[in-house]
Design a protein around this ligand. Structure first.
Ligand SMILES: Cc1cc2nc3c(=O)[nH]c(=O)nc-3n(C[C@H](O)[C@H](O)[C@H](O)COP(=O)(O)O)c2cc1C
Length: 180
């Protein structure tokens, strides 16, 4: 499909809750107000903490042998978007609504933001995804948002639905939003 690109505002890379306080307050949150949307500034920062490029020109998370063999996608009822960290944008890769493939728990449909993590399973993929979703947990905590990472998804159907690089599969889903 023709590339449809959504440019993101630059992430603000200062401030936030002190790290030790954020770690101390981190927990999974499954309550979301569907009317309270995540704005583009916050979206940009969530994507950056998960899988952005930092001041060293490196990813915000480590990867085995620096393979950087992970992918981060935003899914919505309008389709699926791949995060391009170098260009700080989202590139549309599908018009399909993939959220029903993640809806095994009732709270999921209320979340305003859905991330999908992909990786190469036998190349430390789950470790890489774990680093990324933990960064999102800490960011969400810092911003007073709720988040939970989820393995209860149809990974085979999601993997089949996405145009993934060779060897990558869908590993996890993460919902993010505001309780109120
Ligand atoms: C790999 C992984 C998969 C998970 N899958 C789900 C899930 O499908 N649904 C869900 O509600 N929570 C899921 N969780 C969240 C855990 O239930 C949660 O982290 C755990 O109960 C501990 O709670 P805490 O995160 O508040 O410390 C998952 C967590 C991890 C690390």
């Amino acid at each position: 499909m023709a590339a449809e690109v959504k440019q993101l505002p630059p992430p603000v890379l200062t401030g936030g809750m002190p790290l030790m306080e954020a770690i101390n307050a981190r927990q999974s949150g499954r309550r979301y107000n569907p009317e309270h949307k995540v704005d583009d500034q916050t979206l940009s920062e969530i994507l950056w903490v998960a899988w952005g490029v930092n001041s060293h020109g490196k990813r915000t998370i480590p990867t085995a042998r620096n393979l950087q063999n992970m992918g981060l996608y935003v899914i919505s009822p309008e389709g699926c978007w791949r995060y391009n960290a170098q260009d700080n944008c989202l590139e549309k890769v599908s018009d399909e609504n993939l959220i029903p493939l993640c809806e095994q728990q009732a709270f999921v449909k209320n979340a305003p933001l859905h991330l999908i993590y992909t990786a190469v399973d036998d190349r430390w993929g789950r470790s890489h995804v774990g680093s990324a979703y933990q960064n999102v947990y800490l960011y969400a905590t810092s911003k007073g948002m709720n988040t939970v990472v989820r393995g209860m998804i149809d990974t085979a159907a999601l993997t089949a639905a996405l145009p993934l690089p060779e060897g990558q599969v869908v590993i996890a889903h993460q919902t993010i939003g505001y309780a109120e």
